[in-house]
Design a protein around this ligand. Sequence first.
Ligand code: FE
Length: 358
Amino acid sequence: MIFENVLIVDPVYGEFCGDVEVEDGIITKVKKKECIEPKNILLPGFVDTHSHGYSGIDCMNATAKEFENWANFVAKDGVTYLFPTTVSGTKEELERVLKEFLKAKHPALSFLHFEGPFINKEKAGAQNKEKITSFSKEKLPDLNNKVKIITAAPEINGFEKLLEFSKENNLIISLGHSNGTFEDFKKAYEKGVRRITHFPNALREFHHREIGGIGAAFSLDFYVELIVDNIHLSPDFVKLVYKLIGPERIILITDSISATNLKDGIYNLGGILVKVKDGIARTEEGSLAGSTLKFIEAVKNFRKITKCSLKELAMVSSYNAFKSVEMNPPRIKEGYPAKLVLLDDELNIKKVIVDTPN
Ligand code: FE
């Protein structure tokens, strides 16, 4: 397959015109040339490190087949690397998710993200408080090298042990659902933690005498996941993050739930009932409960709000996500997996290639 006369957007080399050849799922040739008004833009496939469900599928009770269907759905939104995300669950519940995920076969299925259960009940958001707990490794099933991210609050009992466990098991800790102080975040940072989950949703509010996790993100070099749906964050906040944290550290995510791609109604988010009205998902108490955002919409929203360059768009939609989990990031470069998204100049999806096995 060949993409001719496209505007190639590589997160390192930037934007240039040319042809890209793909063979057996690998980029075999990237040829720079003078193009006359390239109509289409080629970006690395998107990475969604935080998604609970899609189109009636919920991570906590998905079958292997549903994981595969889910990956097919999101591929239409440009996602070529999906990290299905749990909510807080018991060992048995998480074990069941892992068992089904292990059976699922789809080139876009990357790793699982466990959001909880080692988080702070005070910042549970839409998570079931009864399942939230302190850390001990006995509370986790055998991870089989299939879990990459665990979202945890730095102030919970056992957090130090969780950090040790994460190093032994090739896991990345992402700080979130936390009422932690700046000191808690700084301590975690000093021990190598570099990631914050759906910033600044479910964090302690910013106070000028206790700047908390929000202050930590603005003053230390954390990567931050952002839900850019214009609901979880105001466009002004997104602009602020773009200005102060910058496109090198922003990771777009969807935090999508099973209601995504479906009509308004009542849905299940890992056992919690969620009401979706006008596309906004809330629990009975009124907490936001994930989103119904599609990844391509997040990409469009981010570009519209920040007026960022296409290179920066490639960084926030794939490159930074992999950097934040210490994996080799997607590029448009010879020898790299051919997981690609072709867009028109209004960022509408024209084609997605996802078939390279992980
Ligand atoms: Fe969350």
